[in-house]
Design a protein around this ligand. Sequence first.
Ligand code: DHE
Length: 519
Amino acid sequence: MTPRTSFSNLVSALSLVVATGAQAQDGGAIYADLCASCHGEARLGAIGPALIPEALARLRGASLEQVIAHGRAATQMPAFAGTLGPTEIAAVAEYVSQPLAEIPDWTAEDIAESYTPNPDYRPSDKPVFDADPMNITLVVETGDHHVSVLDGDTFEVLDRFPTPFAVHGGPKFSPDGHFVTIMSRDGWVQKYDIWSLQEVARTRAAINARNIALSPDGQWVAVANYLPHTLTILDADLRPVQVRRIVAADGSESRVSAVYQAPQRNSFILALKDAPEIWEIALSEVAGPFHDSFVHSYEKGMEESLAAEKGLFARRRIKVEEPLDDFFFDPGYRNLVGASRDGERGVVVNLEVGRQIAELPLPGMPHLGSGISWISEGRRVMATPHLKEGRLTVIDTDDWSVVKTVDTLGPGFFLRSHENSPYVWADVFFGPNKDKMHILDKDRLEIVKTLDPAPGKTVAHIEFTKDGSHALVSLWEDDGAVIVYDAMTLKEVRRLPMRKPSGKYNVWNKITFSDGTSH
Ligand code: DHE
């Protein structure tokens, strides 16, 4: 079992961090002297973000030293090149890259204490703007940690609000599109009122989180966490309701890969990152189809009794052969397709019978979280990009056979389409062709055009307007843009300046689970 300590004991526990030689010890002293006041004595974040390997995953070695030396534009992070020499900068970078000696706890009390309502928030029972509230698109700008609220008809920015540091994953809209909930990698969860264009509140649900899911009725927010090993459930006001420790059937603890809502099943589905299990969390008293699946999958000898697990948030375990990182659901949420750890196969798990029913060849690390589904020549297919190979795989969701493999100009990250569009848009996120955007015909399953709107720059992630008439593409640079295309002629019509717009989310497409959006 991994050792744990309470948050209050953490500072003293950190003195146990095993230093990797004199350099790391110096790094610790420099950290305490210059960094702790903003990033927290325990490196868990304060006004600055947490400085722990889980949070710095994409910022290592030279890049981390660059930030320490030169600061970070548009943030309060100052440059230390005038104060510290290169060896000291390397030492502090090395220090913050070391794992914490103990996995800190983050209890319901810690969450409740972090709760920060916006004192100026005034609710409004109707939108304070004339734009169609169903055609609002949110643009997450990770360049300076803001979200722009776009009118999907005029492309006017109605508001631009600050977010917690490093938002990741899709914001989740309430079923009526009135509110949105956003999560940062540091575990902060923010609620924003789209109708009144104001932040409602924010709270820190964990130390390091993966993603969030909102229950189909909008009443509960599930937060999937890496640190600590928990699933946090908040109510719609962001107050903690349950902090559930993730303990696999064999007693070991696990991180959570991701959590999603399954609307037809009225449940949350999550995958454990370190144990071969999928969990389903009931969002009503266990009854109906969920109850049947629940009873079916119940195993004697589990520590909890069925009786104890039949209320709200009852948990069902589905055993799989190996842990799943990333997954996709068919539109009826009857089946889940997950990527195997070796990145070579996809496994199909039927949620009703609670077991694996098929396996697919998906070499090259499929990115199933970005998978989308549509009707192609009368049959329902899904497609996934691959993070390590330049290809898209199209799968028939009736018999789980591979219909086609489409070669692309490099590995991609995101895919999008819309019911009213004949095309699927696929980025080429990695490699020399990161500036390209492929357009595929949904029936022929062929690339019919490749856009090149900003040679040499990263072009990624797509979202459609509510009616599918326009496609919004990110120019994923610090001084980037959202490029608006006519989705039929594929011609650029507008370019809206944005700071590294990582993702875009249309209220209508998301709340109606539009064909062509990822979950
Ligand atoms: Fe993501 C969504 C996991 C790295 C930008 N990413 C998701 C989701 C998961 C996931 C599970 C779905 C959550 C949801 O929307 O509820 N991402 C992972 C990883 O495991 C990975 C590869 C490694 C990691 O660092 O965690 C990873 N992701 C990245 C990035 O480096 C990206 C490109 C930049 C960033 O901001 O961190 C990135 N991920 C995104 C975006 C989404 C996302 C923009 C939402 C896409 C959408 O359209 O819904």
